[in-house]
Write a protein that binds this ligand. Structure first.
Ligand code: ZN
Ligand code: ZN
Length: 383
């Protein structure tokens, strides 16, 4: 067989002393001309032969070791079937093509990889799916059992799962010979990649089924029971194994991830296991002190406000926060006091306040705990 082979230099149309750059250039030209994508119908077979011939010549002559062996012994010196540039049986790939074209086609030919060979076809795990679920703070604190509707896939009834229009059938992919993989050479390494034409299925469907767009499966919906653990927090994910997209060629399904979003609460703000709330308290109550009622996630509680409580004072209610998913104890509730200035006063109320003001002024700084340090600081500033 080797004797009928054309000389590699002749195939590429380059001189015996051609540089690697010359060889690449020549191959690029031939590859463009004879690539199966550009040669369909009549003459496809002949073009494919030419393409393979050019590819082999290119692979041999761009490998310094093999080129030396070829220069010395001719075809007898190199056996393309033993080379690193070749894959296993049936893997008649377009290796070297992407390499020769570098960045231009690299993306298209740089397959997704990640697959594993099984029964001659690429087997892929299905993609993971993500589902955003919004819950209230109360639900997050107590946990929740709920149902969600998620996509599921069923075999297409119209084509019986083949993906081909009824009455037609899928053809073996010409690019990979049905293996689903092609081999690309990079230096001394041969890299197995998913066939870019059939995406690893090994089959091409000339007439796809209209019902499933040639997928062989149709997207449906199914109901899934979900248990949300008590204490879950914003951004946490619940994994539901095997409920993602189905695998390819019998590969395992991906997983479903339910990502938790917590709705903004009217009263509480969460910080880890702790809760915070702001309690408006009238100026009078703050001054005189007294019991005030505060809300908690588990009902109402009371705070004893001391006389002369200042704005911004924080009270901690131990254990009235949230017990996190991995916590042994619940967090605390922090009540921040916001002293409220009365508004829309009547003339009479204004008069009373003015009288109060006069009275307080007579008492001097002892009625204003922050005033002295404040005036001192201002004095320092202008010294
Ligand atoms: Zn179908
Ligand atoms: Zn293929």
């Amino acid at each position: 067989m080797a004797s009928t082979k054309r000389d590699y230099y002749e195939v590429l149309g380059v001189a015996k002393n051609a540089t690697e750059e010359d060889i690449k250039k020549a191959y690029r030209k031939l590859a463009m001309k004879f690539h199966p994508d550009r040669n369909q119908g009549d003459g496809a077979k002949a073009a494919e032969e030419k393409f393979k011939e050019a590819k082999e010549a290119y692979e041999m002559l761009t490998d310094a070791q093999k080129r030396a062996a070829y220069d010395q012994y001719g075809h007898a010196g190199v056996d393309p079937n033993m080379g690193a540039g070749r894959g296993g049986p049936g893997a008649e790939g377009f290796g070297g093509f992407a390499e020769a074209f570098g960045d231009i086609f690299g993306d298209i030919f740089g397959g997704q990889g990640g697959g594993r060979r099984g029964g001659g076809q690429q087997v892929y795990r299905g993609s993971d799916l993500s589902y955003a679920m919004e819950i209230t703070l109360e639900e997050a604190a107590r946990g929740k059992e709920t149902q969600i509707r998620i996509p599921s896939w069923e075999g297409c009834e119209t084509c019986g799962g083949t993906g081909a229009k009824p009455g037609t059938s899928a053809k073996t992919c010409g690019s990979c010979g049905g293996s689903g993989t092609v081999h690309m050479r990079q230096g001394f390494f041969s890299i197995q990649q998913t066939c870019p034409h059939c995406h690893g299925s090994g089959k091409i469907i000339p007439d796809p089924c209209m019902a499933c767009n040639g997928q062989g499966k149709v997207k449906k919906q199914k109901t899934l029971e979900v248990k949300i653990p008590a204490g879950i927090n914003e951004g946490m994910r619940i994994r539901s194994a095997g409920n993602g997209e189905p695998g390819v060629n019998g590969g395992p399904s991906g997983d479903l991830y339910i990502e938790i979003r917590i709705k903004q609460h009217d009263i509480f703000e969460r910080d880890g296991d702790d809760l915070h709330c702001t309690m408006p308290v009238s100026m009078i109550t703050a001054a005189l002190g007294g019991n005030i009622e505060v809300p908690t996630l588990g009902g109402k509680a009371e705070i004893e406000l001391p006389e002369g409580t200042q704005h911004g004072k924080t009270f901690r209610l131990r254990g009235k926060g949230i017990k996190g998913v991995r916590s042994s104890y619940p967090g605390d509730l922090y009540c921040h006091i916001a002293v409220e200035t009365p508004v829309k006063l009547t003339e009479h109320q204004k008069k009373l306040l003015k009288e109060l003001d006069e009275s307080l002024k007579k008492g001097g700084e002892r009625h204003s705990p922050n005033a002295k340090s404040w005036t001192d600081r201002v004095k320092d500033l202008f010294k």
